[in-house]
Write a protein that binds this ligand. Sequence first.
Ligand SMILES: Nc1ncnc2c1ncn2[C@@H]1O[C@H](COP(=O)(O)OP(=O)(O)OP(=O)(O)O)[C@@H](O)[C@H]1O
Length: 322
Amino acid sequence: MGIEIVGVNKSFGDFVALSDIDLSIPGGGLTALLGPSGGGKSTLLRIIAGLETADSGTIEIEGRDTTNVPAQRRNVGFVFQHYAAFKHMTVAKNVAFGLEIRKRPKAEIARRVAELLELVHLEQFAHRLPAQLSGGQRQRMALARALAIEPSVLLLDEPFGALDAKVRKELRDWLRRLHDGVHVTTVFVTHDQEEALEVADTIVVINDGRIEQVGTPDDLYDKPASDFVLGFLGPVTTLGDRLIRPHDIEISRVEQAAVVDGPITRWTRVGFEIRLEVTPIDTRYAPVQVSVTRTEAHALGLHPGDHVWLRPAVGAPSVVST
Ligand SMILES: Nc1ncnc2c1ncn2[C@@H]1O[C@H](COP(=O)(O)OP(=O)(O)OP(=O)(O)O)[C@@H](O)[C@H]1O
C-alpha cells in the first residue's frame, strides 16, 4: 500500500519549503528522494516520520491516516546521517533498545537481535561499543536498530552521506541487497544522482519545494521531464537550441545532415574518455561539449582542430533549452 501524500505544504516563516506535494510511494519498494541541497527532501521525510508537521495536507502510511499520529506511534524506522547511538551500550544493546522499551520477552529479543546482526553482517561485533566501530559499521548498526521494531516503513536521511566514497559505494550495494531480502517500504534522501540511479526502484526528483518528476531510474534517464531533471542526472551541453548529454552526440568528419558544424577547439583526455569542445561556425550557437571514448576517437580519425558535423544520436533524450 505504501505511503500516500496529498496536498502537503510547509513553510518556515516566509520561506516555502514544500509546495503542494502529491505523491504515492509504492509499498515494498526502495524510493529515493533526489534533489539539490535545500530543495525540501529532508523536510518531506521528516513530515512522513512525524518529526515535523505539515501546514496542510495528509499522510497515509500503509492505508492508515497518520497525519495527526505522533512519531512514536507511526511505526516508522528512521536513520539519520549522523546516527546517535547510545555510547555506553554495546551494539547488541543498541539494536535491542526498541524491543526492550516495548517490553518484548527476553528470549524473543535475543533471537531477533541475533537475526538482525546477521542481516547487517555485524554478528562478530555484538559486544563492542559504538565507538569501536567504523562509520560504515555504525550506519549498519543504525539500520539494524531501525528494523528491530519491524517498522511498516523505513526512512533514511542521507544514511551514507558522512562516509567516504568507497564505503558509500559498498553500503549502497549492501542496502539494495538488504532491501531485496526484507522488502520493507523504504524511502531514502540523497543528493547523489548516481546513488539514486543505482539503488532505487523509484526516484522522486525534488527541487525548490516541488516535485519535478517521479519515475524509474530508466524513465528519468531516458525521458527527463525538464531541463532541470536532465541536468541533475549528469553533464549536459547545448546542441543548437536543445540540451543533450555530451555522449549522446554523433560526431562526423565528413559532411552530413547536422545541427551544427565547426572546428574542434578543445581536446581533453580524461582516462578512457576524450572531452571535445566544438565551436559552431554559426555564431548564434554556443560551443558544444562532446564526449567520445578513445576507441571512438581513434576509429573516427579525430584530431584537435578537425572540422566536424554534430547531430543527436538516434533516440538520444534532449529537451528544449530555456
Ligand atoms: N526548522 C527549520 N527552520 C527554518 N528553515 C528550515 C527548517 N528546516 C528546514 N528549513 C529550510 O527549508 C529548506 C529545505 O530544507 P531541507 O532540509 O528539507 O532540504 P534538503 O533538500 O533535505 O537539503 P539538504 O540535502 O541540504 O538537507 C532549506 O532552505 C532549509 O534551510
